[in-house]
Design a protein around this ligand. Structure first.
Ligand code: SF4
Length: 510
């Protein structure tokens, strides 16, 4: 009989969370590398180059791939022959592992979890509790898969209770454009079919824990109806032309995973959960012989892609920037920003707009007139860092505040990720503003452009406080021009239907 010690489980969970915070898995990197080779869209290729370069930097520097270090999801299969040497229950042990990982002073991870979600939404401080799924299975081992799931991709999860005669592929292919780009493609789709509503969602999440093997499937051909479905959805979704970060391009999904389960004769539950450019999960086994050993990946497997500031990109000084200069930026154009910009996300926007709507002044130090704002909630710095990984957050959460920010606050332009809503695009056009995107999933690379940082407002909001960053050559793409042209509309249109003619690189089956 295996005896699993409490300390071994806690240390293994903590090690796993640190490991996946900075190591992409080699299958994911190989797939992203193939997407880079195939890509014909210049902005999408540039975005993938940033993701790959960021990945290597994080692996070498042991710093998080993304500023959103995720909600922890753990799948545990407990062998029924296992005995525990522990004074506490399984959830308590796992959450202690989460706490240790997220508070590790050498690589402190961002605590993103809030308690009282429909009320005060106060941070728990250590990213606990994890979402834990436990199954009892035959045997004397404990199999554990640990994942850290980004909020941007989790927010795009969907469930449909289809009619039994409906097409699963049609529904998924119709749903993906509705997701927008806030899930930071290229990534994966996990699809759960059957069971009940909650079972389908669980299957979709579990499906995402499988390694990427689409090239091998293409090479050997499908051997089941589910594999045919995977291939059909993979081809049709990529043929939508959404591309990296929704900029328009050939690769939107690197793989499509499907799990199914018997269901009621009257039902066809289907769930889809996307996983993003920061796909993070690892599996390990405890058999009583000690804590899990996680071997670092061989970085020689990372493609030789090293993103550097593009000489063809326009250099923009943020200091003294004028509305006339902003009006010359073209949708899809790549810019390198230098100078001072302000930050702010959900909580700060809510407070600022409440004050402005009430006709009250903003606190001292908060003046958005003629400034550019970056939607970001960075990781705390370690060592000599100015700021930890600091990638963009999903911009459309700020849509409800944007007209006030552009009008009453006098903001000039914004930096975030993914598309804006139609009313916001119209507001940007009316105010002759612009919306820029940085690459979601390239947070550590973006943070290298930040040379100085200070809090200028709402310090009590922690990572949601308003900072002033001084940046040098921060890479962004114009997503909405001052004329109201949106690359999230024009980019995918230009690449729609083009994937069908592409010969996807394949690997030998195996
Ligand atoms: S890559 Fe995008 S969706 Fe994924 S964790 Fe980062 S910001 Fe969130």
């Amino acid at each position: 009989m295996s005896v699993i010690r409490e300390d071994d489980l806690i240390a293994s969970v903590a090690d796993a969370l640190q490991y996946i915070s900075y190591y992409h898995s080699p299958d994911f990197i190989a797939a992203m590398g193939r997407a880079y080779e195939l890509e014909q869209s210049a902005p999408a290729r540039d975005a993938i180059a940033q993701i790959l370069t960021n990945s290597r930097l994080c692996a070498e520097g042991h710093r998080p791939i993304c500023q959103d270090t995720g909600i922890v999801v753990v799948f545990v299969e407990v062998g029924m022959g296992v005995r525990w040497d522990s004074s506490c229950d399984l959830e308590t042990m796992i959450n202690e592992g989460v706490r240790r990982a997220y508070l590790d002073p050498d690589n402190k991870l961002r605590g993103s979890i809030v308690a009282d979600p429909a009320g005060r939404r106060l941070g728990t401080g250590d990213n606990t509790p994890a979402v834990i799924h436990t199954a009892l299975v035959p045997g004397e081992r404990v199999e554990i898969t640990v994942a850290a799931k980004g909020g941007g991709s989790e927010n795009k999860s969907l469930l449909a209770m289809l009619n039994p005669s409906d097409s699963v592929a049609d529904w998924v292919v119709g749903a993906v454009p509705e997701m927008g780009a806030g899930w930071c493609p290229p990534g994966m789709l996990g699809i759960g079919i059957g069971g009940s509503a909650e079972k389908a969602m669980l299957l979709a999440k579990k499906a995402l824990m499988q390694p990427i093997d689409m090239p091998a499937l293409i090479a050997r051909g499908p051997s089941s109806k589910l594999e045919e479905l995977r291939l059909e959805i993979y081809r049709r979704v990529n043929d939508l032309g959404i591309g990296a970060q929704g900029l328009g391009g050939l690769t939107t999904v690197l793989d499509v995973k499907v799990l199914d389960y018997p269901t009621h004769a009257a039902s066809l539950p289907v769930a889809v959960i996307p996983n993003c450019a920061a796909t993070r999960h690892v599996h390990f086994t405890l058999d009583g012989s000690g804590r899990a050993v996680l071997t670092p990946p061989d970085l020689g497997q990372w493609p030789r892609v090293a993103w550097t500031p593009d000489a063809s990109a326009r250099r923009v000084s943020l200091d003294g920037l004028t509305r006339e200069q902003v009006a010359t930026w073209k949708a899809g154009e790549r810019l390198l920003l230098s100078g001072k910009l302000l930050t702010g996300r959900d909580a700060a926007h809510k407070r600022i707009c409440a004050l402005l709507e009430a006709g009250k002044p903003l606190p001292d130090g908060l003046d958005f007139r003629g400034r550019v704002i970056y939607y970001v909630g960075p990781v705390d710095p370690v060592g000599t860092e100015v700021v930890g990984p600091a990638g963009p957050t999903t911009a459309n959460r700020m849509d409800r505040f944007t007209d006030t920010m552009l009008g009453k606050a006098g903001l000039l332009a914004m930096v975030g990720k993914a598309e804006r809503g139609p009313q916001t695009v119209e507001s940007i056009r009316r105010h002759r503003s612009a919306y820029l995107i940085a690459v979601g999933g390239a947070a550590f690379l973006v943070s290298q452009a930040i040379r100085a940082s200070r809090v200028v407002g709402f310090a009590e909001l922690g990572m949601e406080a308003v900072y002033e960053f001084e940046v040098r050559d921060m890479p962004v793409t114009v997503a909405v021009s001052s004329e109201g042209e949106s690359v999230h509309e024009s980019g995918p249109l230009a690449y729609r239907g083009k994937f069908a003619g592409i010969r996807v690189a394949v690997e030998p089956a195996g």
